[in-house]
Structure formats: C-alpha cells, structure tokens
Design a protein around this ligand. Structure first.
Ligand code: 6PG
Length: 246
C-alpha cells in the first residue's frame, strides 16, 4: 500500500517522517532487538537528521539498538564535502549516543571493488544473512532527483537491472562520476520505504514517479515498490504541486 502524505512545508514533513521512523524503530527493537535504518544522501534529509539529533526527539530513540547504513555514497573520502557519510555525521551522528560499531558507512577509501565487498559483508553480518538471501532492512529513507533518480539509481543505467547484487559501484554517465548504490531488489526488500521530497523543482519527477505512465528506465524511482512492506511518499506542497490528491 503506497501512502502519499503532503505537508505545507518541509519542517512539518520532517516531524511526520521522524514519527514514522520512531514508530518503526520501537516496533523493530521490541520484535527483533535491532532497527536497521538506511539513510539517504543529498540536501533534503539534512533538517530531518538535525531533528533526530536534537531534543526532545534524540532521547526518545534507543540508539544502542539502531544500526545505520547508507543507501548510496559518492566515490570520495569520508571527510570530503560531497560525502553522504560526512553530511550525516555533521547533521546528527556527532550528537547521538550511537555505538561506533553500529554505524556502517561505505568505506570508499578501500576502492570500489573492496568497498562493495566490505559493505556487503557488514550488512550481512549485522543481519545474520548469508549466501544468496537478500538482506531485509527495517527502513530506508530515499530522496528523489528532478530526473527521477533515487539513491544512485540514475535513468538509463545498467545498474537498474542488476538484480543479483546488494550494493554496486558504477560510473554514472549523467554526472561522469562513480557512485555506490544499493540495488533495486535490496531496496524493495525493505520493510518500510520513505521518500522525502521537497521543492518545486521536484514536482514533475514526483508526478511521473507516483502517478505517471510506467517508464522506469526514464524515471527509475518507479522501480521502488516494496516486495512485502510499506511505501510512503512524503512531499511538501511545492513538490506535490502536480499530483492528483483526490
Ligand atoms: C545523493 C542521494 C540522491 C538524492 C537525490 C535528491 O547521494 O545525492 O542519495 O539520491 O537523494 O539526488 O537530492 P537532494 O535531496 O539534494 O535534492
């Protein structure tokens, strides 16, 4: 069941997202003793992360049972201005009492092949899955590019059809840069998928992805459909401008 939630401004949306994340975290920890949370990169989620790292929300979470992962990463050092890890670290990681061993960044310094192997292993080890079984994260936060990409799943790229991998490193033609990204089947195996979409520049992509004709090669976020889970599209009024919300 896909749920479309629209709030006037990003701040209200962040509170809605934080509530969903908290509820799923509490349920997962009660049920399985762990909450595996995949973070999005880019600019949109920054204020949400700052909210998670400040009172009164910060102390609501049982950080010792929460494991953080990244849905994608740029091929840059962890302290580079473009690093998604660095963005998250500055936005809230430095402010929450999460054990360092619960933070599973993509170790770009190892080089693409070894970084992919190491990340795959850290995911499997955390979840206790082996072999061909796909890991099942509890919640993934995703952004949406104005070209319809999500994570680093860009239009017309071969990675959209890579179904045998959990995480891949690939050269993104549109930006001429290498990126690391979770694959479509890995994302779709997640229990709860949250898109956080803000700004008028995202309105067309949001319409195409959520209500437009099927064209996943052109609008890759259309491929994101939970195999056995829930999907939320959280949009501010500007990003929802072209949606039929009747
Ligand atoms: C990244 C993200 C990417 C992002 C979209 C939207 O590494 O940049 O994972 O998928 O979510 O590009 O980015 P903004 O939130 O900055 O608009």
């Amino acid at each position: 069941m896909n749920k479309i939630l629209v709030e006037d401004r990003l701040m209200e949306l962040n509170l809605k997202a934080a509530t969903i994340i908290f509820d799923r975290a509490e349920a997962a920890i009660q049920k399985r003793g762990i909450f595996t949370f995949v973070l999005a990169g880019g600019q949109t989620p920054k204020t949400l992360y700052q909210l998670l790292g400040s009172e009164p929300i910060r102390s609501q979470f049982d950080w010792e049972y929460i494991h953080l992962f990244w849905g994608d990463e740029r091929n840059v050092p962890a302290d580079h201005p473009d690093s998604n890890y660095r963005m998250v670290k500055e936005a809230f990681l430095n402010d929450v009492p999460i054990p360092e061993s619960n933070v599973h960044r993509i170790k770009t310094e190892l080089g693409p092949e070894d970084a992919v192997q190491a990340y795959d292993q850290s995911i499997r080890k955390t979840m206790g899955v082996t072999g061909s079984i796909f890991p099942r994260f509890d919640l993934i936060l995703l952004g949406l590019g104005s070209d319809g990409h999500t994570a680093s799943l860009f239009p017309h790229s071969l990675v959209l059809n890579m179904t045998d991998w959990v995480i891949v490193a690939h050269k993104v033609q549109q930006i001429n840069k290498r990126r690391f990204t979770l694959t479509v089947p890995t994302i779709n195996n997640t229990r709860s998928i949250l898109f956080l979409i803000s700004g008028p520049e995202k309105a067309n992509a949001a319409y195409q992805v959520i209500q437009g004709p099927a064209s996943p090669n052109h609008w890759p976020a259309q491929l994101i459909q939970p195999r056995n889970g829930e999907l939320f599209y959280l949009l501010d009024r500007d990003a929802a401008g072209l949606l039929n919300l009747q």
